[in-house]
Design a protein around this ligand. Structure first.
Ligand SMILES: C[S@@+](CC[C@H](N)C(=O)[O-])C[C@H]1O[C@@H](n2cnc3c(N)ncnc32)[C@H](O)[C@@H]1O
Length: 317
């Protein structure tokens, strides 16, 4: 199988999340085609990985790719929130957890689910195609205000009202069900200068709809909380996000978990009696270097944050 997606910030992720002892377990909570996992497994011959993805199609691609590491890999088709809240009883707690949020290039280029404004496909946009509402169904059901709020909240779309009005007007002529029609309607709704910029005018609309269809925005803080609860004391959690709203959530979560005591943030062990849950290892988000940005354009918006769960003499905080 030829992978479509190139893992982002790979060397940086390995530097922060490399195993420190033999036989460690890493949970790749957003496995995709398994690009990060394959690189970790190759680099660290003792490492075991539990890979999780809600998308059954992409999970099968990862299964094929990771076949050579048989015995060191277990795969789970489920939302990572469900995975951590119902953590498998026969699986040890992980030393490392990796989140590489959002969707993979495979989704845009090979899934035929309407994720890309450059293709003409049915507007499905579900990661888990076994349940939930498609983007076309969501578009058909929202009020004009509901649609505008969604575009603004999920993607910071400054023309949210104009776009919502145009889509509701178009709906009167017939349902909006394909990515090409949606992309054209959004482009036509925007002022002419917006159509000439380097970013496609429908970028934010597509992002906002995808996030709504897959519950990405609401679920993130809960997901991080559940993952941290499962992580071994002393273990590390890395989160790669792709837009500022998502990164703000990660930063806010890490800060809140780092704050329960009054010790300086660099102090590895709390001395004041408060229970700080984590130590932040990346004061600032880590961005891709010049070469990666040139070779792999999706890496341009990627940022990595990493935290370590504090070990209180073996007692879980
Ligand atoms: C950016 S891709 C991961 C790419 C992967 N790291 C690689 O290098 O090949 C994110 C993947 O996570 C999945 N995904 C996104 N959110 C998820 C969630 N909450 N639970 C489970 N899978 C999720 C998507 O289906 C997608 O395959």
């Amino acid at each position: 199988m030829e992978a479509v997606h190139t893992p982002v910030l790979l060397e940086e992720t390995i530097r922060y999340l490399a195993p420190r002892e033999r036989g460690e377990l890493m949970v790749d909570a957003t496995l995709g085609e398994g690009g990060h996992s394959a690189a970790f497994l190759r680099r660290f011959p003792d490492l075991k990985i539990a890979g999780v993805d809600a998308d059954g199609e992409i999970l099968e691609r990862a299964r094929e790719r990771l076949g050579e590491f048989n015995g060191r890999v277990r795969l789970y088709r489920r939302w990572s929130g469900e995975f951590f809240s119902g953590y498998p009883a026969d699986l040890e707690k992980p030393n490392t957890i990796l989140f590489d949020l959002g969707i993979s290039l495979y989704h845009y280029e090979g899934s035929r689910r309407g994720f890309s404004f450059l293709r003409d496909e049915y507007l499905d946009m579900r990661i888990d195609t076994s349940r939930g509402r498609s983007a076309a169904e969501l578009l058909a059901s929202l009020t004009e205000k509901g649609l505008a709020d969604l575009l603004y909240r999920n993607a910071g779309e400054r023309y949210s009202r104009r776009i919502a009005a145009a889509l509701v007007e178009a709906r009167k002529r017939g349902p909006v069900t394909t990515s090409a029609v949606l992309a054209d309607l959004v482009a036509a709704a925007l002022p002419a200068p917006c159509r000439r910029g380097p970013v496609h005018p429908a970028t934010r609309t597509f992002q906002a709809l995808r996030m709504a269809v897959n519950g990405e925005a609401e679920n993130l803080p809960v997901l991080l909380e559940e993952a941290l609860g499962i992580l071994k004391a002393g273990g590390r959690m890395g989160v790669i996000s792709f837009h500022s709203g998502e990164d703000r959530e990660v930063k806010g979560f890490f800060r809140a978990k780092n704050r329960a005591c009054t010790c300086p943030p660099e102090t590895p062990i709390c001395r004041c009696g408060g229970l700080r849950a984590i130590r932040i290892l990346t004061r600032k988000p880590v961005f891709a270097g010049e070469e990666e940005r040139r070779k792999n354009p999706p890496s341009r918006s990627a940022r990595l944050r990493v935290a370590e769960k504090i070990c209180y003499s073996g007692v879980e905080p």
